[in-house]
Design a protein around this ligand. Structure first.
Ligand code: ADP
Length: 175
């Protein structure tokens, strides 16, 4: 599914983000930038050790912020590593932190002059964020930000359920 916002494109696809050809892909990292399971592990496996070397030099990333490294062996030139919140009960600033993780990544892409960026569904795997709420925040933030230099924001959703929920939430947002 895809929509146009002015001249820019917001698209949803089901797939593996490590195969993306956007200028940057976003990693759902942890605060230590230490690698791990899920999409983080997949990106480091596919991208090779150059990415982890840079992550070690950077040293870490607070929740809600983002850092950028090379894309190593990936087709994408850069990986933007952002840290989403671990979901507790919804009263621990989770929504603001999730929004901030998306916004920090989008801003970093703009600052670097990138034209296209692909996101996974941040925080909805091991970090336990309820999917519909997370999808709403992800899509709203992307829709508010997209345009000018950033011409394509693509959400690459790994499993069918996540893809379906993102499609439902996007339909609800655009009416
Ligand atoms: P978090 O710790 O932020 O919750 P996870 O990696 O556990 O991050 O999960 C975030 C989302 O990434 C989940 O929807 C998961 O299915 C998805 N995911 C896992 N591997 C990939 C991949 N190769 N490409 C895109 N998304 C992926």
């Amino acid at each position: 599914m895809e929509i146009k916002i002015n001249q820019a494109v917001l698209s949803l696809v089901q797939g593996d983000i490590t195969r993306e050809t956007t200028d940057a892909i976003v990693n759902a990292a942890n605060a230590m930038l230490a690698g791990g399971g899920g999409v983080d592990g997949a990106i480091h496996r596919a991208g090779g050790p150059a990415i982890m070397e840079e992550c070690r030099k950077i040293g870490g990333c607070p929740t809600g912020q983002a850092v950028i490294t090379t894309g190593g062996n990936l087709k994408a030139k850069y990986v933007i590593h952002t840290v989403g919140p671990i979901y507790r009960d919804g009263t621990k600033n989770e929504a603001n932190l999730l929004k901030s993780a998306y916004l920090s990544s989008l801003k970093l892409a703009s600052v670097r002059g990138l034209k296209s960026v692909a996101f996974p569904s941040i925080s909805t795997g091991a970090y336990g964020y309820p999917l519909s709420e997370a999808a709403q925040i992800a899509l709203q933030t992307a829709m508010e930000y997209i345009g000018d230099d950033l011409q394509l924001v693509r959400f690459v959703l790994f499993d069918g359920r996540t893809y379906d929920v993102f499609c439902d939430e996007l339909k609800a947002l655009v009416g």
